[in-house]
Design a protein around this ligand. Sequence first.
Ligand code: HPA
Length: 290
Amino acid sequence: MNPVYEKLLRCFHCVIEQISFVPKVALVLGSGLGDYADRIQVEAVLPYDKIEGFPVSTVSGHKGRFVFGYVNQVPVVIMQGRVHYYEGYEMTDVVLPIRLMKMLGAEILFLTNAAGGVNLGFQAGDFMMITDQISSFVPSPLIGQNIEALGPRFCDMSNIYDESLQEILRASAREAGITLREGVYIQFTGPAYESPQEVRMSRILGADAVGMSTACEAVAANHMGMKICGISCITNMACGILKQPLSHQEVKEAADQAAPKFEQLITAAITRMGKEDGILRSPEEDENEK
Ligand code: HPA
């Protein structure tokens, strides 16, 4: 069997031996948002190191665990700490948690991250809903023998970020009185921040925000047919725009500062996903599929 799939199945079986919770929404928490997982109605917690073969994040300040529970009655699984390509993992390992959450039942993937503002109309502290992405500068997680059980060899990428979820995010932001910008996210490998010319290049290519995660996760999730939405917290203007050096400390502080509003937006959006007809399958539909 394909070793990537074999590892995924091993992780899947390891999780379902320990956890019986079935999530509908998978939420990936970006920098600064880690505490959100402690504020939901927690049903179960599974540290990544309790999953055989699972990639464990090495970035300081990132807790590594799945939190299962409810956000206003919507069953969710939250990744408290994600895995980054710059940590040295294979891209297939970076997206393993995403694939795993789909296998556990999640139909929707809600991606969040901290990102640098490339669009000159943005400022630090803004939120940007991701409408499309550029992942061409990082290896595709789909390279290698295709795992037919997950999705097709050549997968369509016309609508990576689901239109109806985008509408939900817009409505949730409006309702919460939060300004939600929109734009294209570009992923680079990191871990160094971009050079000013790389930021200019990104702008020419049509990007509005730049980061080191997310796009590869969306590729893997799209391959599996998940509905995807994403929000970037613009923690800083990308390198070269403000003529001041960029530091991880600055990014972390800005992310922490934006967190309360970000959490409010996430809760509003997930709650709305639970109420909107046709976004999530009903328990009856789940039953019929068995
Ligand atoms: N570049 C890349 N990743 C980031 C940035 C940035 O400017 N800010 C937060 N994450």
